[in-house]
Unconditional design. Sequence first.
Length: 260
Amino acid sequence: MIVAGCDVGSLTTKAVILDNTKIISYALIKSSFNPDQSASEVMEKALKQAGLAMNDIRLCVGTGYGRERIPFVKKTVSEIACHAKGAYWLLPSARTIIDVGGQDCKAIRLDIKGNVIKFMTNDKCASGTGRFLEVMAKLLNLELEELGKLSSQARNAITLAATCTAWSQAEVIVHMNSNTSKADLAAGINDAMAARVSILVKAVALEKDVCMTGGVAKNIGVVAAMEKHLDVPIRRLRVDPQIIGALGAAVFAKEKMEGK
């Protein structure tokens, strides 16, 4: 039984095609201003990789901020439920999910059956989101992916006192003018991000095992800093953490077809 999930996020759009217990393909693209177009483009890409056509998909579930605009889905589910479902499907021991996307951050706690029992979100301030890292990388004239790698080379990481992205920028500029190394700046930026997200995570009463989803989970500097602030190991998922929402949507589609 072949099903699919499509996650139209603010910055990226993802699709996952699932065949019973196996991911047979997935795709990820940058979101355009048109959610309909983004969804169609990413699904076409995933279908092509799998050698399938849209009529081979029994059911597709949509999620993400643009889920109501996806033309080919018959059911939509919230991002919180989908990230929980996808992470639990990959890691049944997961009890706390940290999802840091481009425009928001979510901390989700699950019970032993994978049901969401508590969650907290931050979608009002950029400081705990991927947008914060994007702004800082641009300021340092770095690619976003370089922030994580540079952290491991830091010798004297800076400390950012400000909790606002704009004021943090000003602090970083002061350090740049003092010839602080980019590695020390990157480590400080990643640590500041992790410190803000950890406050949200602690508010849901963190429980092991802990895993991260979303694009920021690819930043090894933030993940390492999160482990330090939370004093727990963060379990790595066996697939791209950025597709977990779409994966969860596909699992919901599978369960719907099975009558669960």
